[in-house]
Design a binder for this molecule. Structure first.
Ligand SMILES: Nc1nc2c(c(=O)[nH]1)N[C@H]1C(S)=C(S)[C@@H](COP(=O)(O)OP(=O)(O)OC[C@H]3O[C@@H](n4cnc5c(=O)[nH]c(N)nc54)[C@H](O)[C@@H]3O)O[C@H]1N2
Ligand SMILES: Nc1nc2c(c(=O)[nH]1)N[C@H]1C(S)=C(S)[C@@H](COP(=O)(O)OP(=O)(O)OC[C@H]3O[C@@H](n4cnc5c(=O)[nH]c(N)nc54)[C@H](O)[C@@H]3O)O[C@H]1N2
Ligand code: SF4
Ligand SMILES: [Mo]
Length: 743
């Protein structure tokens, strides 16, 4: 067999799109990778990251075996250790910590849901007894999902149907660089069907250039714009009266609320022209019901008002009757039967019920960021479970927030956190402010810090143990997109893991067994457990890989629209709650509203005197993926060696900065250096910096820590609890105040 090339059907997970690939394998070597044109989701798409996948896998910096720290944290001294020995030591420490401080003293951190499966982590944590998962999703879509579930019962966030839409709104997103597969579909709809495109972004991009209408608003004022659109659509009678009457509650109260946002006031807040605001509202509503608002991450990071913006946008979707219809926002429901049986969902695999109500209440941020707490999960759970027959998606809506974690480690408040397991996430790069995290990672109070990654990252440099992960080429995939809907996606493993790398199932199973959870991890490997999950559908893993994606009868052969006409909505009232009874019960405003960011030219004019520019961090660039692709030799740094910030051409010239110059960006929290890219189409007082930047070629020890202080925009962000998203706790990383000067 060894000299024969085999072609494996796999899914790339170098980002969350999971594009289908054919991987040509000889022995345990990958010869080439080709995009799979027959894959129903990606249809032959591949990006630059995937084109460089083989060189990426061959990077000498890929971790091959577990490492244990021997010097001080950050000294860069490591020794190789076997998985068994390392897990044995870790298990002992975890059990001691639990005995002394309680199970909640362990916190798990994770990032973009790499591999698109969360149940092994949930299962481990719930069996261990800790409610503390901290995750980037409360600044990235998880907050929106939690909110949607309260208002409509369904996680609408990724359901935009660009293929049939007549008007798509890009609200704080630039899909040509972030969601290329969506952008291809949008561009096709525009070209072939004349779909209208509206882009809401303070910066000119490829997307705003293609748009029929571009609204360059002042960063952070999105909530005011959304309230203004609601005002116009309601007062001009452009909404779907029948749907509103039959399927919503609270419309009259919403109507009253939006009167506080006349267009002139909104124009004044956002800096947009009244006629453009009106034009946008009409363009969107007149396309109903085939109109959709695409997911964008920008507003999730504006702090205080973040999730409330989405509350207003849900209302925009609802009053136009554009949910659960083609061209609007599609709803698919987990737990639906495929081949006569439903597979076991992630939430079911998580064993949420094993976590006592007493432990649930201890979750960090339980009383503060209440929509992403167990309390709100429980309030939404019953009607959803009743309708679907399975509990709702778990992970996204129930996450702790970083702002509460660092004090728990440093000061033991509200209780001590003594151990961290960081799963596929480079916390020192994605979260902030970097100094706070650094202090927590260095603290003697932190008795155990584990990282599980492909590489030694700046976060790993401060850990006690670093475990090597298997990449998409070295593991299988079985995902239903985190319990989003009822589709199931399967992909093969191309090669056996290199060195001693392990997939997530093996990693979490080993951890579970190290603390006595053996009976809950009976499956030997990921394929076995996937077959267990699929058994009710009557197919095995090999068949799933052959089929690539299995869809339930409601989406095949045609998407079944307006399912609510038969079932109602899975909310407590059975209707869409424009006036949210759950938000009210949680002590929040049941209706959407606008609030200025904690730091802005309006709320802190005295700060603006010294820091006159508005800073957003994190605009996506290819091929970078958060803190990934910084290694030379993988095809990223060759293309763009340094971090880039975009600034208005005239503004830059006034500051004596030319294109390509190094410039400092400074906020009240600190300063970093990035290279200026002049853009004549960006608002004159607005700067967009790349986030999560580090330099793998710099020393992997203190004080450099892979250059994590030099250009990483998370040095600059704001995470005072009062500045964070009131509903979900996300920190403020966009619409901050800064100054820029030549380096
Ligand atoms: N200032 C600012 N901060 C931001 C953002 C912003 O726009 N501005 N964006 C936020 C958003 S939207 C997100 S989603 C987060 C992203 O946050 P994260 O997803 O945590 O991203 P990274 O910091 O790059 O860390 C990912 C790490 O996981 C490793 N990895 C990748 N895949 C796998 C895998 O399959 N297995 C294992 N074991 N390891 C893997 C990578 O090598 C990398 O070191 O960042 C957030 N932070
Ligand atoms: N290449 C690449 N692709 C990615 C990722 C990656 O790291 N690299 N990350 C993935 C992930 S996890 C996510 S969440 C998505 C995010 O991808 P997108 O949603 O496209 O988000 P960004 O590119 O960060 O920002 C989009 C735009 O928001 C604008 N913006 C900044 N502040 C504001 C504001 O206050 N209001 C408004 N309306 N706009 C503002 C910026 O100018 C920018 O053009 O990308 C995914 N795709
Ligand atoms: S990295 Fe590129 S090819 Fe891979 S899943 Fe993402 S978009 Fe698709
Ligand atoms: Mo994200």
């Amino acid at each position: 067999m060894s000299n024969q090339t085999e072609i494996k059907k796999c899914n790339c997970s170098m980002c969350e799109k999971l594009c289908g690939m054919f991987v040509h394998v000889n022995g345990n070597k990958i010869e080439k990778i080709e995009p799979n044109k027959e894959h129903p989701l990606s249809q032959g798409y591949r990006c630059m990251r995937n084109r460089n996948a083989i060189s990426w896998l061959n990077l000498s910096q890929q971790l091959m075996y577990p490492l244990k720290r021997v010097g001080e944290r950050g000294e860069g001294k490591w020794q190789r250790i076997s998985w068994d020995d390392a897990m044995g030591e870790v298990g002992q420490k975890l059990m001691k910590i639990r005995e002394r401080y309680g199970a909640e003293a362990l916190c798990e951190i994770d990032g973009t849901e790499r591999g698109f499966e969360y149940w092994p982590r949930g299962r481990f944590m719930h069996l261990f007894g800790s409610p503390n998962w901290v995750n980037c999703v409360n600044i990235c879509s998880g907050n929106q999902i939690a909110l949607h579930k309260m208002i409509t019962g369904d996680p609408l966030v990724f359901g935009s149907d660009f293929d049939n839409s007549n008007c798509t709104v890009l609200w704080g997103t630039n899909p040509p660089l972030s969601w290329q597969t969506w952008w291809i579909r949008m561009s096709k709809s525009k070209r072939e069907r004349g779909m209208k495109l509206i882009a809401i972004d303070p910066r000119q991009t490829e997307a705003t250039e293609k748009a029929d209408l571009w609204l360059p608003l002042r960063p952070g004022t999105d909530g005011a714009l959304a309230m203004g659109w609601l005002n116009i659509i309601i007062n001009e009678g452009l909404y779907d009266k029948k749907f509103v009457e039959e399927w919503t509650i609270g419309f009259d109260k919403l109507k009253e609320r939006v009167q506080e946002y006349p267009v002139e006031k909104v124009a004044q807040i956002t800096g947009l022209k009244s006629e453009d605001i009106i034009k946008g509202a009409r363009m969107y509503a007149e396309a109903r019901p085939a109109c959709c608002i695409c997911y964008g991450v920008a507003t999730d990071m504006i702090g205080r008002n973040a999730t409330v913006v989405e509350h207003a946008r849900v209302a925009l979707r609802v009053i136009t009757g554009s949910i659960d219809v083609l061209g609007g926002t599609l709803i698919t429901r987990p737990g639906e039967k495929i081949n006569g049986g439903a597979y076991i969902t992630e939430t079911q695999m998580c064993l949420v019920d094993k976590l006592s109500s007493e432990q649930r209440k201890k979750a960090l941020g339980y009383d503060t960021s209440r929509i992403t707490s167990f309390r709100s999960y429980e309030l939404t759970e019953e009607p959803i479970a009743k309708m679907y027959g399975v509990p709702p998606m778990f992970i996204m809506p129930v996450v702790g927030h970083t702002s509460f974690l660092w004090p728990a480690i440093l000061e033991g408040k509200p209780y001590p956190v003594r151990a961290l397991i960081c799963n596929a996430t480079n916390t020192l790069a994605w979260a902030g402010p970097t100094k706070k995290i650094y202090d927590a990672f260095k603290s003697p109070n932190l008795e155990l810090h584990i990282e599980y990654d492909f590489f030694m990252t700046p976060s790993g440099m401060l850990a006690d143990y670093v475990f090597p992960g298997a990449s998409w080429m070295e593991r299988v995939l079985c995902s239903n997109y985190l319990d989003w809907g009822s589709m199931l996606l399967g992909g093969d493993q191309a090669i056996a893991p290199l060195g001693e790398r392990r997939d997530a199932y093996d990693f979490w199973r080993a951890l579970g067994r190290s603390v006595g959870q053996d009976e809950y991890w009976p499956w030997e490997n990921a394929v076995e457990v996937n077959e267990y999950r699929m058994k009710p559908m009557g197919i095995n893993f090999k068949q799933l890989v052959e089929m690539m994606v299995v869809l339930p009868s409601s989406i095949v052969p045609v998407f079944k629209q307006k399912k609510y006409e038969e079932t109602g909505f899975p909310t407590r009232s059975g209707k869409v709650e424009l006036y949210s009874s759950i938000l009210e019960e949680l002590g929040y405003d049941p209706l959407p509203y606008y609030e200025e960011p904690a730091e802005s030219p309006v709320s802190t004019p005295e700060v603006a005197k010294e820091y006159p520019l508005i800073l957003s961090t994190g605009g996506r660039r290819m091929p970078f993926y958060h803190s990934e692709w910084m290694h030379w030799g993988a095809g990223g740094r060759e293309k763009q060696p340094d971090a880039v910030m975009e600034i208005n051409t005239e503004t830059a010239h006034k500051l004596g900065i030319n294109d390509g110059d190094w410039a400092y960006i400074e906020t009240r929290r600190g300063r970093i250096k990035q290279k200026a890219k002049l853009n004549p189409g960006i608002l004159p007082n607005y700067v967009l910096a790349q986030a999560s930047w580090w330099y793998p070629e710099k020393p992997a020890e203190e004080p450099s820590l892979g250059g994590v202080w030099d250009s990483n925009a998370n040095v600059l962000i704001l995470d005072d609890i009062d500045a964070c998203d009131r509903l979900a706790g996300g920190f403020q990383a966009r619409a901050l105040l800064c100054k820029v000067y030549k380096a």
